[in-house]
Design a protein around this ligand. Structure first.
Ligand code: ARG
Length: 275
């Protein structure tokens, strides 16, 4: 089995200004208070866990008034030295973009823009696997964004329709593990998307409903280490049988905003397969 060629370098943003200040997914409830100290502890532990697994973590400075900036998976799409900033569906997250773009500019990336009016929410909705870029659409990203992404990156995009509001980003339904295996949550896809993914992933770990709702697909893979927001025994046994080392890293404070381990990271070492 060949390990993923990416996933050893991540961008993360400390949760100094994290909170649930608006509701743009079914997990968010403004009346549920975030415990900032706990959030910080959980985030620090996630950083330490990724570093212990051999990953390098780089920091995007925290900013006031953009409470979801911590979810760097949505900053944009990385392809080698090219960065495509996200175009967020919801106005609440649009003010994040200048901060994301500035970080990538300052760190030597070339910026390529999607056209205005076409939404795409970055790596949260697009993950490479099996020689293509799998990208979700409908709930946050527009289907039309896929052709533009393909043109900007040279990657073939495989489109998958997301149909369940609770799994509003692709990374709540799909987690590549190595060149043949991935954690999948087909409940989030339409019938055609299920067939597409069945054809693409030779050895899927199919989540059961409660496992998917615990955000098991929202995991970070560093070589053979799988850092997961929840680790149900059945999932752990399957991962171990495949030679992975699953590690639970609780991020409950961030689940209040509908984000898990993967959402809090953006892989910086991705080069997309070109056609
Ligand atoms: N509150 C954020 C939103 O709804 C959470 C983003 C989670 N990110 C992810 N990649 N799934 O946009």
């Amino acid at each position: 089995m060949t390990e993923l060629s990416w996933g050893r370098r991540y961008l993360m943003c400390p949760p100094e200004h994290f909170g649930v200040l608006y509701e743009i997914n079914p997990w968010m409830h403004r009346e549920v208070a975030v415990d900032r100290d706990r959030a910080r502890e959980q985030w620090d532990r996630l950083v330490a866990t990724l570093e212990a697994a051999g990953a390098v973590v780089e920091l995007l400075p925290a900013q006031p008034d953009v409470p979801d900036l911590v979810f760097t998976a949505n900053a944009g799409l990385v392809d080698g030295d090219v960065f495509v900033p996200s175009r967020f569906r919801h106005p609440e997250r649009q003010p994040e973009v200048p901060y994301d773009r500035a970080w990538f500019e300052e760190h030597g990336w070339r910026i390529e823009e999607l056209p205005e009016g076409v939404s795409h929410e970055g790596a949260g909705d697009a993950l490479p696997f099996g020689g293509v870029l799998v990208s979700g659409y409908r709930l946050r990203s527009d289907a039309a964004s896929h052709a533009y992404l393909s043109r900007l990156t040279g990657a073939a995009v495989r489109s998958v329709e997301l149909v369940d509001e609770r799994f509003y980003h692709l990374d709540l339904t799909f987690c590549p593990l190595d060149d043949r295996r991935a954690i999948v949550n087909p409940a989030g896809w339409d019938d055609y998307g299920r067939r597409v993914m069945e054809a693409l992933v030779p050895e899927p770990l199919v989540l059961e409903a409660d496992e998917a709702l615990a955000f098991c697909a929202n995991s970070v893979v560093v070589g053979r280490v799988v850092v997961m927001p929840a680790l149900p025994p059945r999932v752990g046994r399957q991962l171990e049988a495949w030679g992975f080392e699953p590690v639970e890293c609780r991020v409950d404070e961030f689940l209040k905003a509908g984000g898990g381990c993967r959402c809090l990271t953006l892989a910086l070492d991705v080069t997309l397969p070109s056609t």
